[in-house]
Design a protein around this ligand. Structure first.
Ligand SMILES: Cc1cc2nc3c(=O)[nH]c(=O)nc-3n(C[C@H](O)[C@H](O)[C@H](O)COP(=O)(O)O)c2cc1C
Length: 173
């Protein structure tokens, strides 16, 4: 008798792709023995009722999650509170994380969704991808340029989620 895999939704708001790639890696790590994970952009409004657990992620701009991710969490709050939910943010850049503070809206979003946890992953600032206004803002803030994403930390976090769900990850075997 084979048990049904735990269905995990990873849904992410990303402006310039860095957070989308983190979401895809989390889904890749979770997908495997015991779990079936998919990564779907939050703008596609995936229906969470079809999933046993949900991970919502967003890039952070001006101290906040992107609006589509905030709206998704609010729109599905009732259902999300009945599921295991984890949140992640992709934001700070540089060797000493810049900016150092958590996104302002994480505490209310975590309360709204009944999240089991939230983590912040360092992000990527690639000036070639930015709109003119964003580039001007990044220059004015003297924001460090580069890709600071820590793939080992991302995979370790995904393994922790898998453990909480009682499934083994593809990478951990
Ligand atoms: C104009 C601008 C403002 C930003 N503001 C913040 C911020 O307030 N907090 C933060 O942690 N990161 C901030 N960042 C960094 C981005 O969130 C980070 O680079 C992220 O990985 C980008 O993800 P994306 O490529 O999925 O959009 C900012 C970046 C830009 C260009």
């Amino acid at each position: 008798m084979s048990e049904r895999p735990v269905r995990v939704l990873v849904t992410v708001a990303s402006r310039h792709g860095a957070t989308a790639e983190i979401g895809a890696e989390i889904a890749r790590c979770l997908d495997g023995s015991g779990a079936a994970a998919v990564a779907i952009p939050v703008e596609q409004r995936p229906d969470p009722t079809a999933f046993d657990a949900v991970i919502i992620g967003s890039a952070v701009y001006a101290g906040r999650w992107l609006e589509p991710a905030r709206e998704y969490a609010a729109a599905h709050a009732g259902l999300l509170r009945t599921r295991p939910v984890w949140l992640f943010s992709s934001g700070p850049i540089g060797a000493a994380p810049f900016p150092p503070d958590e996104p302002h809206d994480i505490a209310p979003l975590a309360a709204l969704t009944g999240a089991d946890g939230h983590t912040v992953f360092p992000g990527r600032l690639d000036p070639t991808r930015l709109a003119f206004g964003e580039r001007a803002m990044a220059t004015a803030m003297r924001a460090p340029v580069g890709d600071f994403r820590d793939w080992d930390a991302i995979r370790a976090w995904a393994a922790g989620v898998a453990a909480a769900l009682g499934v083994r990850t593809a990478t951990a075997g």
